[in-house]
Design a protein around this ligand. Structure first.
Ligand code: CTP
Length: 438
C-alpha cells in the first residue's frame, strides 16, 4: 500500500476498513476489474462496500474504464495503487500479473461490458484484466452492464452461454432505466447487492469451508382461507443466528425461511416460503450435495384439511377447523439413504433431556439442540440456553447466552462431530446406519 495511505487519499480507505472488524470477508483478496461502461461510476461505491466487509481490493482498470472514471478515485477507496497495464514495468516488478492472478481469491468484473465478455469468451489476453482472467484459478464473477439491445444480441447471449458453461458466474444485469434513455435488462446490480452476492462465492477457510449447509428457520403459515392462517410465535432469530455462524465458519449456506421480520444474513442465500408444504418442497430441491441439515423452523404440525377459496363468513356461533398432520421435514431428511449430518431442535416445557433424547432416537437424528420453552422463554427472545445431545451418548450444556453466541457454540459442536465422523475408523454415512445408540 506504499504511497497511497498517506494524507487525505489514504483516509477514505482507512475509515472504511475500520468498519470491518467482524466482517465475513475479512482479508479476502478480491480483484475488482472495471471495464468501460457508464456503470463504472458505481464501482467506486462497490470498492467501499467490499472494503467495509474487510476485503483487500485490488482494482484493475481497462483502457475503456479510464474514459469514465479515474484511477485516483479507486486508489483512495481501495488503499492500493490501481493496475492498468500489462506493460507497466514498475508495477510488474512489485507484483507480476501471474503473481496477481494467483493472489486473487475471487475476480469480480463490474461493470463487465459486452466487449469484455466477448474477449473473455474468446480466451483473449490482450490487456491486463483479460490476461488475469485467463491466468487465475479463482472464481470469476461478472456483473454485466450494457444497452438492453446489446445484451439481447445473439452474439452476447452466445458469449454468456459459453462463459457460464465454463463456470463463470454472472450476477445481473437488472432490468430498469438505462443511461442511454432505453428501458430493459442491462443495468449493473447495485454495489451493496453485488457485495452481498459475492460473499458466499469466495472460498472460505473456516472449519466448515467447502461444506454446504441447509437450514430451515422461522414459523410456517397454514392458510384457512385467503385472508386467515394458523401460525406460531417463532421469530426465526435462532435459525438466522445459526445461518450466520455457519457462514462465518466458512460454509455455503442456504436458508429456507418462513415469514419473519429479519434481513438475510450477509452471504447467505435465503429462500422464502410460507407453508409447511412449501418448506418441505424447497428443502427437497436444495438437499442435493448438502453436508449438514439443521432444522430450526417451528413448522406447523397441523394444517387445515381444506383451504376455503373465498373468505369464510361468520354464519354460526361456533366453528370447527379440521386439520391434518404436516410432513415431518426433519424426519424425512433423516430417513434418506444419502442423508447429510442431521440436526434437529426440540422445544420442551418439562423433562427436557428425556424428551430430547427420545426425539433424537425416534427421528434418527445425528444431533439435537433442546431448549425449555414457556411464556417468557425461547420464543422471540434475544437469549436462550441449549442442551445439545448427539449420537453415541454425547451431551453439552450451552448456558444462557445471546442466540448469536449459542449459534456459534452449536456450529463449533457440529463441526467437531463432522470431523469425528470423518476420522479414522469412521464409515462414510455411518451416522445414517440404522439403530442409534444415543
Ligand atoms: N420439524 C420439521 N417438520 C415438521 C415438524 C417439525 O422439520 N413438520 C422439525 C423442527 O424444525 C425441529 C423438530 O422437528 O427441528 C421439532 O420436532 P417436533 O417433534 O415438532 O418437536 P416439538 O416441536 O418439540 O413438538 P412435540 O411437542 O410434538 O414433541
Amino acid at each position: 500500500m506504499a504511497g497511497v495511505c498517506d494524507g487525505h487519499i489514504g483516509r477514505a480507505w482507512h475509515e472504511t476498513a475500520a468498519l470491518a472488524d467482524n466482517a465475513l470477508m475479512r482479508d479476502k483478496r478480491v480483484i475488482l476489474g472495471v471495464t468501460g461502461g457508464i456503470a463504472a461510476y458505481k464501482s467506486a461505491d462497490l470498492v467501499r462496500r467490499l472494503v467495509e466487509r474487510g476485503a483487500q481490493v485490488q482494482v484493475v482498470m481497462t483502457a475503456g474504464a479510464r474514459e469514465f472514471i479515474t484511477a485516483t478515485t479507486f486508489q483512495a477507496l481501495s488503499g492500493r495503487p490501481v493496475r492498468e497495464s500489462l506493460w507497466d514495468s514498475a508495477a510488474e516488478a512489485a507484483m507480476g500479473h501471474i503473481e496477481l492472478a494467483r493472489w486473487a481469491e475471487l475476480v469480480l468484473v463490474a461493470p463487465a461490458t459486452a466487449d469484455f465478455m466477448a474477449r473473455l469468451a474468446a480466451g483473449r489476453a490482450d490487456d491486463l484484466l483479460a490476461t488475469l482472467c485467463l491466468a487465475t484459478t479463482a472464481p470469476i464473477v461478472l456483473a454485466p452492464a450494457m444497452n438492453q439491445q446489446m445484451w439481447a444480441n445473439v452474439a452476447t447471449q452466445a458469449n454468456v452461454a459459453t462463459l457460464e458453461g465454463r463456470g463463470v458466474r454472472l450476477l445481473g444485469p437488472a432490468v430498469g432505466d438505462q443511461a442511454c434513455g432505453e428501458f430493459g435488462p442491462g443495468r449493473m446490480l447495485e454495489p451493496t447487492e453485488l457485495a452481498d452476492l459475492i460473499e458466499p462465492l469466495i472460498p472460505g477457510d473456516g472449519p466448515l469451508s467447502g461444506r454446504r449447509v441447509l437450514i430451515t428457520a422461522g414459523p410456517t403459515r397454514e392458510s384457512i382461507d385467503p385472508v386467515r392462517f394458523v401460525s406460531n410465535r417463532s421469530s426465526g432469530k435462532m435459525g438466522y443466528a445459526v445461518a450466520q455462524a455457519m457462514r462465518a465458519a466458512g460454509a455455503e449456506v442456504v436458508l429456507v425461511s418462513g415469514p419473519v421480520a429479519l434481513p438475510a444474513p450477509p452471504g447467505v442465500r435465503r429462500l422464502n416460503v410460507e407453508s409447511a408444504v412449501q418448506m418441505h418442497e424447497t428443502v427437497q430441491q436444495e438437499l442435493a450435495g448438502c453436508d449438514v441439515f439443521v432444522a430450526t423452523a417451528a413448522v406447523a404440525d397441523y394444517r387445515p384439511i381444506a383451504v376455503a377459496g373465498s373468505k369464510i363468513k361468520k354464519k354460526t356461533e361456533q366453528m370447527t377447523l379440521e386439520m391434518t398432520r404436516t410432513t415431518d421435514i426433519l424426519a424425512t431428511v433423516a430417513a434418506r439413504a444419502d442423508r447429510p449430518f442431521v440436526v434437529g431442535f426440540a422445544a420442551e416445557t418439562d423433562a427436557v433431556e428425556q424428551h430430547a433424547r427420545e426425539k433424537l432416537l425416534r427421528k434418527n437424528l445425528d444431533m439435537i439442540a433442546a431448549n425449555e420453552v414457556g411464556a417468557t422463554k425461547a420464543f422471540d427472545c434475544e437469549d436462550n440456553a441449549l442442551l445439545v445431545l448427539w449420537r453415541g451418548g454425547g451431551r453439552a450444556e450451552l448456558p444462557r447466552a445471546s442466540k448469536r453466541e449459542l449459534a456459534t457454540a452449536l456450529v463449533a459442536l457440529i463441526a467437531e462431530r463432522l470431523r469425528a465422523n470423518a476420522g479414522p475408523g469412521a464409515v462414510a454415512g455411518a451416522a445414517s446406519a440404522g439403530a442409534a445408540k444415543a
